[in-house]
Design a protein around this ligand. Structure first.
Ligand code: MG
Length: 277
């Protein structure tokens, strides 16, 4: 009996240690405690392959891979420079209403502010896209409330922007996730405040009339590390749902998200790919 109690106590200790080890890292100290954002959901619909709920917090966290040092990838000669080194925002507009972009810009660095923005060109289909971003160096909030923005292909397929450096959230919502659908293969995030890169190859969905013939497909490198390899979207990306495809998804603008966190962007360029159209 005594031995049994000893074993029970030992098992209890091991369980306690194990569960302590699974706790997310301590939240950063801020002057005023912020409310904790949810790190996952179980009350959302199952994803189409039946494996996980949308934003499932129990889905395995991608392995952390420390990327190599930042390297400038300047726009090739045939690229359309969407955001260059100056203050030219002539290729962008506010998504709501189409007015002039109100996000602050200085020396080629654009900071997200109120309202989403999108390119004026809205007939992008297949392309190579380079985007650089930096989440705030002063860490505030957690989970989805920390350095959240997004890069939208055709205006509706989001590759998530988030501070995912030691910041637990649902895996299909972390940095470089196909939001609400697929986590990145690995977590190649840099530290808060450091410049990070997305190199994206995107193929638009194809329709015959209103029937989907081929879904949207994406390959993404995050800080030079492959995080999606020719993966297809189940539909446009959204919070807690996966909306069905619509023929209007066949082309669209590049859009950048306002999620209430000041995320910086620079060096954005795109190369439409014409030879497979
Ligand atoms: Mg986002």
């Amino acid at each position: 009996m005594k031995r049994l109690s000893l074993i029970t106590a030992l098992v209890g200790t091991v369980v306690a240690v194990a569960s302590a080890a699974q706790q997310p890292p301590a939240r950063p100290t801020t002057q005023q405690p912020l409310p904790s954002a949810p790190t996952g959901y179980q009350d959302t619909p199952m994803q189409p392959n039946g494996k996980w709920h949308i934003h499932d917090g129990t889905r395995p966290q991608p392995t952390v891979v420390t990327p190599g040092p930042y390297t400038l990838v300047a726009p090739p000669a045939d690229a359309i420079v969407l955001l260059g080194t100056g203050t030219d925002l002539s290729k962008w507009e506010m998504q709501d209403g189409g007015g002039a972009v109100s996000w602050p810009i200085a020396d080629g660095v654009l900071s997200s502010a109120k309202g989403m923005i999108q390119t004026k060109q809205k007939d992008f289909t297949d392309y190579q896209l380079h985007v650089e971003f930096a989440t705030p160096s002063e860490v505030k909030g957690d989970s989805q409330g920390r350095g959240n923005s997004g890069v939208f292909m055709n205006g509706v397929f989001e590759i998530q922007v988030l501070d995912s450096y030691q910041n637990i959230t649902y895996p299909d919502g972390q940095a470089s996730a196909m939001y609400g659908q697929f986590p990145p293969l690995v977590n190649a995030s840099r530290k808060p405040g450091e410049w990070q890169t997305y190199d994206i190859v995107f193929s638009a969905p194809r329709f015959k009339g209103t029937t989907l013939e081929r879904p949207a497909m994406i390959t993404v490198l995050h800080n030079g590390v492959v995080v999606h390899n020719q993966r297809t979207f189940w539909g446009p990306t959204a919070h807690k749902v996966i909306p069905p495809y619509a023929p209007s998804n066949a082309q669209g603008p590049i859009a950048l998200q306002d999620h209430g966190n000041p995320v910086r962007f620079r060096n954005i360029w795109i190369r439409p790919i014409k030879d497979n159209q």
